[in-house]
Write a protein that binds this ligand. Structure first.
Ligand code: FES
Length: 254
């Protein structure tokens, strides 16, 4: 698979209007923030004034304000206001480094390179999959280890009484790209799916942003989200203790 400079920085549902969150990547730290009007943006997590982390700042309307001296920046990274000099029009040269940030099918996707590469098509190809966000989890393991585990992990299906036993299940795994894994569980005529976006934080830590597809009705969604969140917590325990045997023990085949 082709290496890409695009990363999944989180779930759209996890970034509220007017909030900012830190996003680690192997090469750089970002602050991802959402304007009050809804647009998500990504900026290097370093204020160009004195280097304060933007992720410790706050959003004022459609501008990101640094916590230290309050300088405010728009979504393009241009400084718009210096509170200590309220009548001054900040010079256009005062800019924060920004990154292309798009939201597609529930994921916040950022190009951390300066390569102008197009976003991998797999993210937009998820269109129409009726996905619902569950949560993001952060694991003490490399992205390749997490990917390997997910490509053989099973989850107890929601339809099968939420305990995953007694009903034959067939699991199908797909690497949609280096950072995107699909696990499909077929239970009789029903298919339940997890779409998991992997984000390398550094060499030994990985974020996993999880959505479900075709799992339960709208009314059942809170229960589905709890169900999958419990499975993720269990997976994390086993993965971080490298309890490989438990994966095979839990694996159910048709
Ligand atoms: S360090 Fe950010 S405004 Fe001064």
């Amino acid at each position: 698979m082709e290496q890409t400079s695009w990363i999944v920085a989180g779930l759209s549902a996890g970034l509220f209007e007017g909030s900012v969150m830190p996003v680690k990547t192997p090469g750089k730290d970002l602050a991802v923030w959402r304007q009050r009007s809804g647009q998500a943006n990504a900026v290097e997590d370093r204020c160009p004034h004195r280097g304060m982390r933007f992720s410790m700042g706050f959003v004022r309307g459609d501008q990101l304000a640094c916590r230290y001296h309050g300088w405010e920046f728009d979504g393009a990274g241009v400084c718009k206001n210096i509170p200590a000099h309220p009548t001054l029009q900040p010079p256009k040269t005062i800019c924060a480094k920004t990154f292309v940030c798009q939201e597609v099918n529930g994921f916040i996707v950022v190009n951390v390179g300066d390569d102008g590469a197009a976003m991998p098509a797999e993210y937009s190809e998820l269109e129409g999959e009726n996905m619902v966000p569950v949560r993001s989890v952060y694991l003490d393991a490399s992205i390749s280890t997490v990917r390997d585990w997910l490509m053989q992990a099973v989850f107890p299906t929601f339809a099968a009484g939420q305990d995953g036993t007694g009903t034959p299940v067939t699991y199908i795994y797909g690497n949609l790209n280096d950072n995107l894994v699909r696990i499909s569980a077929q239970v009789g005529a029903t298919t339940e799916e997890l779409i998991l976006a992997l984000q390398a934080l550094d060499d030994d830590r990985t974020g996993v942003h999880v959505q479900v597809s075709d799992m339960g009705s709208k009314e059942e969604m809170p229960a589905v989200q709890r169900h999958v969140a419990r499975w993720l917590a269990d997976l994390r325990l086993r993965l971080e203790s490298n309890d490989q045997s438990q994966i095979n023990k839990l694996k159910i085949s048709a």
